[in-house]
Design a protein around this ligand. Structure first.
Ligand SMILES: [Mg+2]
Length: 246
């Protein structure tokens, strides 16, 4: 049970909010995070770690074999924590691999390995069909990630590039994700009432809810940092997007 009652109620409330806005001639706005929300990034991280470990240490190295055999469920938010938990404890090795991982993770080349979360494509399409506008608001940055992000949204089947869709990315890497998102909110609100915000990270969701108190906010329970604050009271959590569809 959540503040909104059962998640079935949540799904109905979302549809109702979209219908109400549309009946008033407005364009209801939906704000969706990408990493850890619409997409599961674990397959991307695993492939990058494996390729980089093989390049740095060789295919027979213990670390490379450990990564190859990792189950996707074993992954933590921080890939280095995942490896430490599985017996890799040489800090120099971990440091070199983390650096190599970050170079690829914040680029376009491996985005094809991301997997849409269950129900994410269907829910996004359904809300869009009902007349809502989809704002893909992400901490990814344009210079290295724009092309791969367009391709990955399009190939997964999310509405993108057409009316009532907008991809909102950071113009540069060195910008705080949370500040970027909070500053973007008023620009989205100018287009219509913000009815729904979905994110996977309490560091983002807590301030976002304060900035958009009028929206239904939902946290997707994927991965988030261990040191993230507790999720603000009253924000419902779901396993994936199937719980948000009527
Ligand atoms: Mg995220």
């Amino acid at each position: 049970m959540t503040e909104a009652g059962t998640t079935g109620d949540l799904a109905r409330q979302i549809d109702e909010r979209i219908r109400r806005g549309r009946d008033r001639g407005q364009v209801p706005q939906i704000v969706l995070d990408l990493d850890g929300t619409l997409f599961d990034n674990v397959p991307r991280t695993k492939q990058i770690l494996f390729d980089q470990a093989r390049a740095l240490f060789g295919g027979d190295a213990e670390i490379t074999r450990t990564i190859r055999d990792l189950a996707e469920e074993a992954f933590e938010y921080n890939p280095v924590d995942t490896l430490r938990k599985h017996g890799i404890d040489d800090e120099e090795t971990l440091g070199r691999l983390r650096e190599a991982w970050a170079r690829q993770f914040f680029g376009s080349d491996y985005l094809e390995h991301d997997a849409p979360l269950d129900g994410a494509v269907d829910a996004a399409r359904a809300w869009w069909d009902q007349g809502a506008e989809l704002n893909y608001m992400t901490g990814r940055h344009v210079p290295e990630m724009y092309l791969g992000t367009c391709r990955s949204l399009h190939e997964a089947g999310f509405p993108i590039g057409t009316i009532r869709t907008q991809l909102l990315m950071k113009p540069v890497f060195d910008l705080n994700d949370v500040e970027f998102k909070i500053e973007t909110v008023p620009l989205i609100r100018r287009k219509g009432p913000i009815d729904l915000v979905v994110d996977n990270d309490p560091r983002v969701l807590n301030p976002l809810v304060r900035a958009v108190p009028e929206a239904i906010a939902v946290m997707v329970r994927t991965l988030h940092p261990k040191d993230a604050p507790t999720l603000a009271g009253g924000i419902p959590t779901v396993e994936d997007f199937r719980e948000l569809m009527t």
